[in-house]
Design a protein around this ligand. Structure first.
Ligand code: NAI
Length: 333
């Protein structure tokens, strides 16, 4: 029995994500919460002939509490998306408050749930969840995840493009580390399961890196004011949630990329600090999952000089984003 919850379930990401979770046969209960339209979304999904029992709630009558009661996995795509010209950090003012309030609900109603944060800027919203949990005395760094799967999905697709065979994209695995915003997104292309062509020019390499880092902008621009990635994000979010659900149910050896508190695995964190030459509280890397959340944070592995340069640019920015999240909660309480 696994109960999954989507907070922000009526939105551009929330609806297709809820659909994909309803189709996940491991999930037996699906709770949907938003400030609008969730009863309709829930009624619609409830007609699909898969096992999950669906319920949708709105804020009145303790809707958040009802949705979260008994939750094992909570996914948060609530908040405003980008418009052309905006960075993910521009969303902070609005989304920080939304994430803080939802995190408070989880801390008080489902403190043992795995929390999967999609709302941007992920680099700062994940620290907000962690700080709120600390304030409520229920912080477990193993159970809080920033969803960076879309960066990895994009990297696979774009590398397949460069290799000239899109049919391979599902098999291609490229570690993408750092954070989830512009230059903090660092694809380790040298560790791609399918090596890049040896004659790839420096400018084509740089274009590929840039495309992984700023792929979200392609969608924001194409949607022309109507939002950011929703369908590809729902796909990525459902893929990540599926792995967490399977791990919660006891499947072993599941590895996922995620932006996590490094306190989740002190030994892994110590190695990562050595690899990076810097101590950080949060970082995105491959982590192994177990029934209680993160069991291991993997080392960075061998990086090239070019990748080290990308990391040198990413780390100070990431550190600033983390501090923004931490400060926000400190000032709010
Ligand atoms: P959207 O505007 O279509 O949907 C957001 C939903 O959140 C709306 O239905 C809204 O009613 C709901 N909402 C607002 N305040 C709420 C509250 N207090 N409680 C519950 N629900 C609330 O936006 P979209 O496109 O679904 O994006 C959502 C977030 O996901 C944005 O912050 C966006 O930047 C982020 N995102 C993250 C990605 C990632 O890779 N992690 C990729 C793409 C988007």
């Amino acid at each position: 029995m696994v109960k999954a919850v989507v907070l922000g379930a009526a939105g551009g990401i929330g609806q297709p994500l809820a659909l994909l979770l309803k189709c996940n046969l491991h999930i037996t209960e699906l709770g949907l919460y938003d400030i609008v339209n969730t009863p309709g979304v829930a009624a619609d999904l409830s007609h699909i002939s898969t096992p999950a029992k669906v319920e949708g709630y709105l804020p009145p009558d303790d809707g958040l509490k009802k949705t979260l009661t008994g939750a094992d996995v909570v996914v948060i795509p609530a908040g405003v998306p980008r418009k052309p010209g905006m960075t993910r950090d521009d969303l902070f003012k609005i989304n920080a408050g939304i994430v803080k309030d939802l995190a408070t609900g989880i801390a008080t109603t489902a403190p043992k749930a795995m929390v999967l944060v999609i709302s941007n800027p992920v680099n700062s919203t994940v620290p907000i969840v962690a700080e709120v949990f600390k304030k409520h005395g229920v912080y477990d760094p193993k159970r809080i995840f920033g969803v960076t799967t879309l960066d990895v999905v994009r990297a696979s697709t774009f590398v397949a493009d460069v290799l000239g065979d899109v049919r391979m994209s599902k098999q291609i695995v490229v570690p993408v580390v750092g954070g989830h915003s512009g230059v903090t997104i660092v694809p380790l292309l040298s560790q791609s399961s399918h090596p890049l062509p040896p004659n790839l020019s420096t400018s084509d390499y740089q274009k590929l890196v840039q495309r992984v880092q700023f792929g979200g902008d392609e969608v924001v621009k194409a949607k022309d004011g109507a939002g950011s990635a929703t369908l590809s994000m729902a796909y990525a979010g459902a893929e990540f949630a599926d792995k967490v659900v399977r791990a919660v149910k006891g499947e072993k050896g599941i590895n996922v990329p995620s932006y996590v508190p490094l306190a989740a695995d002190p030994a892994g964190a110590a190695q990562l600090t050595k690899d990076l030459g810097k101590e950080l509280e949060f970082f995105s890397n491959t982590v192994e999952l177990g029934t209680e959340g993160v069991v291991r944070i993997h080392p960075l592995g061998p990086v090239t000089d070019k990748e080290r340069e990308l990391l040198q640019t990413a780390l100070p920015e990431l550190e600033k984003n983390i501090q923004t999240g931490v400060n926000y909660v400190a000032e709010a309480y």
